[in-house]
Design a protein around this ligand. Structure first.
Ligand SMILES: NC(=O)c1ccc[n+]([C@@H]2O[C@H](COP(=O)([O-])OP(=O)(O)OC[C@H]3O[C@@H](n4cnc5c(N)ncnc54)[C@H](OP(=O)(O)O)[C@@H]3O)[C@@H](O)[C@H]2O)c1
Length: 255
């Protein structure tokens, strides 16, 4: 059966692992990021798993990118069953240092691109009774001054997705958020390097100390998040909507 998904941030990290995982469940995947070369690596993996990749090179901060992604996906594959909004690169800086431009940049990519993509794909998702998963992060529940934009934007995404899920009840579209904890990707390594510098540690020592400090037995792998997104896009989960799914190895120490 034809099933088509759009995945943003598909060139690296969680997005790439999600593409590899969804290639087993979907017949075609539209892969979105800025870097063609790394997207081509993802496309090879998708092809090897038996799905058709479509490479869409866009800077999702641009207001017209989401509409272009949806139009190209419909032109090539004729339908959209799922949208995984994973692209994000919120500036990791203290709230007393963050500039207006950095706040706007963080919102432009992670929040507004997910909002625009969901809006643009909505009619197609209505037609297929499709599903949206928007990536937030556990910092939505534990905002910190030292990385204030990260927690704030992740919290805003929870509210945005909940509002889409509300409309999705009457329109037959399932919308959920996924909240990764500490997942070992390029982005996490940047955070850990920052932590290492702050505490005058080597990167290896920082990796161990941070895990002990936040109380996890191991870092998440991108595949841990990819598997959860695959579940949210499966028939088995179709009554789950408006939910925030935490996948964090127990890092969040509250209910
Ligand atoms: N890793 C974690 O521990 C963690 C924890 C909580 C939440 N998250 C969230 O999970 C998501 C993925 O994180 P990750 O760790 O996998 O990040 P990552 O390894 O840095 O990958 C980010 C992805 O987003 C794409 N991207 C960045 N800027 C873009 C732009 N302007 N337009 C289009 N695509 C863009 C990147 O591709 P190009 O550079 O090629 O464009 C890349 O594919 C993010 O939203 C992040 O906030 C991650």
């Amino acid at each position: 059966m034809e099933r088509v998904a759009i995945i943003t941030g598909a060139s690296r990290g969680i997005g790439r692992a999600t593409a590899a995982r969804l290639a087993r469940d979907f017949s075609a995947l539209a892969l979105v990021a800025r870097t063609r070369e790394t997207l081509e690596d993802t496309a090879e993996t998708v092809r090897a798993a038996g799905a058709k990749p479509l490479l869409l090179v866009h800077d999702l901060r641009q207001p017209d990118a989401a509409g272009a992604v949806v139009a190209a996906t419909l032109e090539h594959f004729g339908r959209i069953d799922a949208v995984a909004c994973i692209a994000g690169a919120v500036p990791q800086a203290d709230m007393f240092v963050l500039t207006d431009e950095q706040w706007e940049d963080g919102f432009a990519l992670k929040f507004h691109s997910a909002r625009r993509l969901t809006l643009s794909a909505w009619d197609a998702l209505k037609a297929t009774h499709g599903s949206v998963a928007i990536t937030s992060g556990t910092s939505a529940y534990t905002p910190k001054a030292s990385v204030a934009a990260v927690g704030t934007i992740n919290a805003a995404i929870l509210a945005l997705a909940k509002a889409f899920a509300d409309r999705g009840i009457e329109d037959g579209v399932q919308v959920n958020t996924i909240l990764p904890g500490s997942v070992m990707t390029d982005r996490r390594l940047t955070m850990l390097q920052f932590y290492a510098d702050k505490h005058s540690l080597s990167l290896d020592a920082a990796i161990d100390r941070f895990a002990a400090e936040v109380g996890i037995a191991r870092y998440g792998q991108p595949e841990d998040i990819a598997n959860a997104i695959a579940f949210l896009f499966s028939a088995e989960s179709h009554w789950i909507t408006g939910t925030a799914l935490r996948v964090d190895g127990g890092e969040t120490k509250v209910l």
